[in-house]
Design a protein around this ligand. Structure first.
Ligand code: ATP
Length: 355
C-alpha cells in the first residue's frame, strides 16, 4: 500500500492554446495510505483521465505523481504495482473461478500454499466459494464482474487498487450487496482504494473521503457529511443529495438575506465582494412548509415512503422540501429555512459567516 501524491497534475489530450484545452485542470492532492477514496463527478469531468494517470496508462502533460514520495510519473503501469478493476469483466472464460483468482498471484511467482490460502479468503469474502470449480464461461455478467473484483483484490502488496465504475454491469439488487462487501474488504485488507463513479450513493457508501470533480476541476474534497452539510461549491450542493440543494439568488445585508422582496434570517452576518453573484443554499431536508415565510408554489408531491418530497417554486426558481409523511401541507404554503443549515455562495463558491 502506498500514499499517492498528485503534485500539480494537469492533462490535455491535444495542443494547449488556453486553459479550456485541459481535460484535467491543476490538481494537488494526497491520497493517504490505506484510505478509501471516491472520485465522483458527471460524465466527461475527467475521472477516468485521472485514474489512468495514477495507474500509468497516461503520462500527465504537467506535474508529478509520487508513490510513498518516489516519483513514478514516467513509470509504465507494470512498474507501479497497481491493481485495476474496470467497468466490464476481465476474466478468462476457460479457467475456473478459483484459477481466475489465482492467476495474478501465480503470474508473480507467489508460493502455491500462499496462493491457495489467499484465493480461499477472497472466495469466501465475495460469496463465491460454492462456484470455485465452475468454469467462468458458464457464469452471468454479474458473477464475472465479482470475479474481476476478486482479481483486483487478491494481491496483498499492491500500492493501490483502482476501481473504474465497477458496478455498472451489476444488477441493481446485487449492487448494494457488493458495495458493502467492498467496504468490508477495505476494512479487512487496508489497501489504498480509489473508486471512480458518477453515482453519489456508490461514492458516499464506499468512501471515507470523496473527491468531487466538475469540468476537469476538483471542487471539493471531504467526508460524505461535509459534502452534505457544507458544499463548497453550488455544483456539489446540486449533485449530492436527492433532491439536491435549493439555490436562490439573494442580496446580503448583514445577518439578513433578501430574496425577491422577502427577508431571510441568517445565523450571523456575511459579506461578499460587491461585484459577486450571491446565492443562498438550503437542502430540502431543512425547508419547512407552513403558514409563515416565503411563498412556495407547489407543482408536484412525491410520496417516497416515510416522507414526501414537495416540488415547486420559490421566487420563480425551482425549489423542493422534504416533509414528514404525516401532517398537513397547506395548499398555498410558505417556506422557512433552518438558519444553521443555510449556506451562502459568492460566484458559486461558499462564503463563511462572520464569527
Ligand atoms: P465518463 O464517466 O464518461 O467516463 P470521465 O469523467 O471519466 O467520464 P474522462 O473520460 O476522463 O471523463 O474525459 C475527460 C475529458 O477528456 C472529456 O472531455 C473527454 O471527451 C476527453 N477525453 C477523454 N479521453 C480522450 C482522448 N483519448 N482523446 C481526446 N479527448 C479525450
Amino acid at each position: 500500500m502506498a500514499e499517492i501524491t498528485l503534485d500539480g497534475i494537469r492533462h490535455a489530450y491535444g495542443p494547449v492554446r488556453g486553459p479550456d484545452d485541459y481535460a484535467l485542470k491543476t490538481l494537488d492532492h494526497v491520497w493517504t495510505d490505506g484510505g478509501a477514496f471516491a472520485l465522483l463527478g458527471p460524465s466527461g469531468c475527467g475521472k477516468t483521465t485521472l485514474l489512468n494517470i495514477i495507474s500509468g496508462l497516461i503520462t500527465p502533460t504537467e506535474g508529478r505523481i509520487l508513490f510513498d514520495g518516489k516519483d513514478v510519473t514516467l513509470l509504465p503501469p507494470e512498474a507501479r504495482n497497481i491493481a485495476q478493476v474496470f467497468q466490464f469483466p476481465v476474466v478468462y472464460d476457460t479457467m475456473t473461478v478459483a484459477e481466475n483468482l489465482a492467476f495474478p498471484l501465480k503470474n508473480r511467482g507467489v508460493k502455491k500454499a500462499d496462493v491457495r490460502a489467499r484465493v480461499a479468503t477472497i472466495l469466501e469474502m465475495l460469496d463465491l466459494a460454492a462456484l470455485a470449480d465452475r468454469k467462468a464461461a458458464s457464469l452471468t455478467a454479474d458473477l464475472k464482474q465479482k470475479i474481476s473484483l476478486g482479481r483486483g483484490m487478491v494481491r496483498e502488496n499492491v500500492a493501490a487498487i483502482l476501481f473504474d465504475e465497477p458496478l455498472t454491469v451489476i444488477d441493481p439488487h446485487l449492487k448494494w450487496q457488493l458495495r458493502s462487501q467492498l467496504k468490508r474488504l477495505h476494512r479487512e485488507f487496508g489497501h489504498t482504494m480509489v473508486y471512480v463513479t458518477h453515482d453519489q450513493t456508490e461514492a458516499l457508501t464506499f468512501a471515507d473521503t470523496v473527491v468531487v470533480m466538475v469540468e476537469g476541476e476538483v471542487v471539493q474534497v471531504g467526508t460524505p457529511e461535509e459534502l452534505f452539510e457544507r458544499p463548497r461549491h453550488t455544483f456539489v450542493g446540486y449533485f449530492i443529495g436527492s433532491p439536491g440543494m435549493n439555490v436562490f439568488p439573494v442580496r446580503l445585508d448583514g445577518a439578513t438575506a433578501h430574496l425577491d422582496g422577502e427577508t431571510i434570517d441568517l445565523p450571523a452576518a456575511a459579506s461578499a465582494p460587491p461585484s459577486a453573484r450571491t446565492e443562498l443554499g438550503i437542502r430540502p431536508e431543512f425547508v419547512t412548509l407552513g403558514e409563515t415565510g416565503i411563498p412556495f408554489t407547489i407543482t408536484r408531491v412525491d410520496d417516497v415512503g416515510r416522507e414526501r418530497i414537495v416540488h415547486g417554486e420559490i421566487a420563480g426558481r425551482p425549489a423542493s422540501a422534504i416533509v414528514p409523511e404525516e401532517g398537513e401541507v397547506p395548499a398555498m404554503p410558505r417556506a422557512t429555512f433552518r438558519p444553521d443549515r443555510i449556506n451562502l455562495y459568492a460566484d458559486d463558491w461558499r462564503i463563511e459567516f462572520s464569527s
